[in-house]
Design a protein around this ligand. Structure first.
Ligand SMILES: [Zn+2]
Ligand SMILES: [Zn+2]
Ligand SMILES: [Zn+2]
Length: 159
């Protein structure tokens, strides 16, 4: 006999390994997604859904050749993220350091305004276009095209 009511299956958060995931349906677009039930200060894991199950991330081994821009601890590649793969600090959740991966697999370029700002982050832009923005935004508003070339946006366009 089959139970027509689907039993709520529990998934342990693959990021913090402490809490279970909770299914949420977005009020904005009706799309379901899964978040970690832990407090956001501890774990901010978020997963999109595929076939009724959370699309879980996989975590690579710590790579000492890729130090965290925040705390210098080795980082590891996280695969299956909502916005693609990225590097995450192994000291997470103590350190929220993260690095994006460029379409060609390389790390994003350093901030053109000040290299000490570190590698830029990939940001969602208009019409599905992505661009690179300084991780110190809004303190630093430097941007680059997604391929690392100078931003085509006009400066000071907003009134
Ligand atoms: Zn978690
Ligand atoms: Zn770190
Ligand atoms: Zn900057």
């Amino acid at each position: 006999m089959e139970n027509p009511k689907q039993k709520a299956k529990m998934y342990q958060c693959p990021k913090c390994h402490k809490h279970d995931l909770k299914r949420i349906v977005s009020k904005k677009n009706g799309k379901p997604y899964w978040i970690c039930q832990g407090p956001t200060e501890v774990c901010d894991a978020i997963f999109s859904e595929r076939d009724g199950e959370p699309l879980l991330l996989t975590f690579g081994d710590p790579d000492p050749t890729c130090p965290c821009p925040e705390c210098n601890a080795p980082m590891r590649i996280v695969k299956g993220g909502q916005y693609g793969d990225y590097w995450s600090c192994t000291a997470y959740p103590k350190c929220k350091g993260a690095l994006d991966i460029m379409p060609d697999g390389a790390l994003p370029p350093l901030c053109p305004e000040d290299e000490e700002h570190g590698p830029m982050r990939i940001r969602p832009g208009k019409e599905g276009m992505r661009f690179l923005g300084c991780r110190r935004y809004p303190e630093c508003t430097a941007t680059l095209e997604i391929d690392g070339s100078p931003s085509k946006k006009q400066n000071g366009g907003e009134a």
